[in-house]
Design a protein around this ligand. Sequence first.
Ligand SMILES: Cc1cc2nc3c(=O)[nH]c(=O)nc-3n(C[C@H](O)[C@H](O)[C@H](O)COP(=O)(O)OP(=O)(O)OC[C@H]3O[C@@H](n4cnc5c(N)ncnc54)[C@H](O)[C@@H]3O)c2cc1C
Length: 477
Amino acid sequence: MEMPAPDARIMAKKAKLVSRLQQVLPKDAVIHDEFETRAYECDALTAYKCPPLCAVLPSSTEEVAAVLKICHEEGVPVVPRGSGTSLAGGALPTADCVILGVAKLSAVLETNYDDRYIRVQTGRTNLSVTGAVEENDFFYAPDPSSQLACAIAGNIAMNSGGAHCLKYGVTTNNLLGVTMVQMDGTIVEIGGAYLDAAGYDLLGIICGSEGQMGVVTEATLRILRKPEGARPVLMGFDDNEVAGACVADIIKAGVLPVAIEFMDRPVIRATEAFAGAGYPDCEALLIVEVEGSPQEIDDQLAKIMDIARKHNPVELRESTSAEESAKIWLGRKSAFGAMGQINDYMCLDGTIPVSELPYVLKRIGELSKQYGLDVGNVFHAGDGNMHPLILFNANKEGDLELCEAMGADILRLCVEVGGCLTGEHGVGIEKRDLMFDQFAPEDLEAQMKVKDVFDPKWLLNPAKVFPLSATETRRAG
Ligand SMILES: Cc1cc2nc3c(=O)[nH]c(=O)nc-3n(C[C@H](O)[C@H](O)[C@H](O)COP(=O)(O)OP(=O)(O)OC[C@H]3O[C@@H](n4cnc5c(N)ncnc54)[C@H](O)[C@@H]3O)c2cc1C
C-alpha cells in the first residue's frame, strides 16, 4: 500500500531544511537523495510504505538535540528509528518527516558489575548488550526473537519482550534510566542507575511510548547473573486447546518456568522444514524451560511434567544436553522466518489472561474458517502474549484487506476476554484505529494530555498510536 506523495509546499521546505541539517551534521549523515531515502520507507510491517523527506544519522546526543531543535523551529515532524524491525509500523515515515536513525549511537558507556547495570547508547542491538557482559557471566534479560537486529531504542519505545520475559519481565522491568532529547532539543535525564527514582515515574511513561515523547539516546539497563543452568522440555499434544489448558494449569500451580512457548501444527511443520529442530509431528507443541541449580531444575520439572501428563501428551521430551537445548530453541527462534519462507503473513500481537487460552485458540480456529484464511500460532504462552500469523497472498487482490479485517476481529477478541491489543509489538499504525475498542474516549484523552506536555506541537512520530482523527485535530490545534 503506497502512501500519498509529498505536496509541492513540503518539497519547497526540503532544500532549506537539508541545508540547515548539514550545518549541524556531517554531510554524509544527512540522506536526502530520493532513491537513498527509499531505504527508510518502511519497517517490518512492509504493507505500508512511504519515503521520508530525508533521513539523518547523528552520532551523539548533542547532534540529536541539534537536529530536533531545527525540526522544531521549522515545524517538521520527526520519526525516530532504531533498526526498523517494528511489526506495527512504528517507524513508518510520513512524506513530510525527517527519519532520525540512532544506528550510529552504539557504544557501551559504562558497565558496573557491583551494582549490576550497563549504560549504553540506544542504537546498540539487544543481543550485543548481553555480548558486552557475558564474559563476566552476566546477561541482559529481555530477548525479543529479533534480538540480533533490533536496537535498545526500539525495545524501550515498544516495551519489548521475548521468550524469557515470563520470569524476568519485559523491557520496563529491566530499564533503570534514560537520557532523552525532547522535540525542542532539550536534553533530560530520567531515572538513574538505581531502582524507583524519586518524583513521578516518568520512566514508566517513556518506556512503551512509541517514540512519541522524545528521542532516547542513552539507557541504563539492569544486568543479571547467568543462572547456574537451564533445561527445556518439549511437550507435544494432539489438540491446541488441550495444550492451552496445560499452560493455564502450569501457571495456576504457581511454578514459575523461565519460558513457556507455544507452536501449532502449521508452525511446527514450517519450522521443522527450515531448521530441523527435531520437533514431533503433532497438533501443538510447548517448550517449557526452567532454570537454577541441577536440584532446582529437577524439582521444578518434576512438578511441570506431572501437570503435563494429566493432559495426555503425545510427546514429553526433556533435553539431555546443551546441544539438544540449543536445537530446541533454534527451532522456536526460526519460526517467524520459517513461516515467511512459505507464505506472506501478518503477525498479530495481543495479550489475554492465560486461563482464556483454550477459548481464544478455539475462536481463532473458527475465525480462520469464517474468513477462509489459514492461521499459524506461535507465541509466549506463559504470559498469554499471542502471535497469530494470518497467512495471505499479497499478490491476490483483496487478500490483504481480508487479512486486516480478520486480524482486527482477533484483537477485538483479546480485548473481549479481558486482555489488550498489544503484548510487546506496540500499537504503531497497525492497531491505531482499534484503540477505541480498548479505551473509552476520556481514557484516551488522558493519555493524549501526556503527549501534549512532552510534545505540544505533536511533531514526534505523528499519526501513530492515537486514532488518526484525534492526531490530526491535535496537530491542527
Ligand atoms: C522476525 C521478528 C521477530 C520479532 N520478535 C519480537 C519479540 O519476540 N518480541 C518483541 O517485543 N518484538 C519482536 N519483534 C518486533 C520488533 O523487533 C520490536 O518491536 C523491536 O523492539 C523494534 O526495535 P527496532 O530497533 O527495530 O525499532 P524500530 O522498528 O526502528 O522502531 C520501533 C519504534 O521505536 C521508536 N523509536 C526508535 N528509536 C527510538 C528512539 N531513539 N527514541 C524514541 N523512540 C524510538 C520508533 O519511532 C518506533 O515507534 C519482532 C520483529 C521481527 C521482524
